[in-house]
Design a protein around this ligand. Structure first.
Ligand code: IMP
Ligand code: MG
Length: 181
């Protein structure tokens, strides 16, 4: 596999998809929708590691409501670019979500297998409500039917990196999203 480096992206070799400003603007809009919908609630936001760490941290800073934050770590990709379809929980949530309003926060939704798996797993704890937030969602790549309640952007079916999204664990710290092509 090619060893891509940050400087390849910052030098303009790869197309920029979303600048830091575009991302922050959209996060403000999503946060105000969520603030409105949850104004009388104290939701638990569950970030899906590792990819969602950056999005979650920017999103919660824009929420004007009380909330809690927890994480779950799952893996299905290994170091490949396409899903193996086999999902494993590497770190489970610590909080009790029974009777709580839960918002799962994803970086990107591709086949939908991860969010479907998480939905089934978390519903077993009987939350009061369960909704999904994702910064990105790929067009035409769903392998199952699912719904994302708060979506940042639809994107083409291409591999993207940056702003939390990795290729073989690297490039997460790029502040913008780039297309790897
Ligand atoms: P799904 O289960 O196929 O929907 O895959 C979702 C997970 O795969 C996301 O949470 C990401 O971690 C990862 N993923 C999917 N597409 C990309 C991509 O284009 N770049 C980086 N990671 C991706
Ligand atoms: Mg990932």
């Amino acid at each position: 596999m090619h060893d891509y480096q940050m400087k390849d992206f910052e030098s303009g070799k790869f197309p920029l998809l979303f600048s830091p400003e575009m991302i922050q603007q959209r996060i403000k809009e999503l946060a105000s929708e969520i603030t409105k919908d949850y104004h009388d609630k104290c939701p638990v936001l569950i970030g899906v590691l590792n990819g969602a760490f950056m999005f979650l941290s920017d999103l919660v800073k824009e929420l004007k409501i009380d909330c809690e934050v927890d994480f779950i770590k799952i893996s299905s990709y290994g170091d490949q670019r396409t899903s193996s379809g086999q999902i494993k929980v590497k770190k489970d949530i610590d909080c009790h979500i029974e009777d709580r309003h839960v918002l799962v926060v994803e970086d990107i939704v591709d086949s939908g297998l991860s969010v479907t798996y998480l939905g089934n797993r978390l519903m077993a704890y009987k939350p009061k409500s369960l909704k999904f937030v994702s910064l990105l969602r790929k067009k035409g790549s769903a392998k199952v039917e699912f719904n994302i309640d708060y979506l940042g952007f639809w994107i083409e079916n291409e591999f993207v990196v940056g702003y939390g999204l990795d290729l073989a664990q690297k490039l997460r710290n790029l502040p913008a999203v780039y297309i790897l092509k």
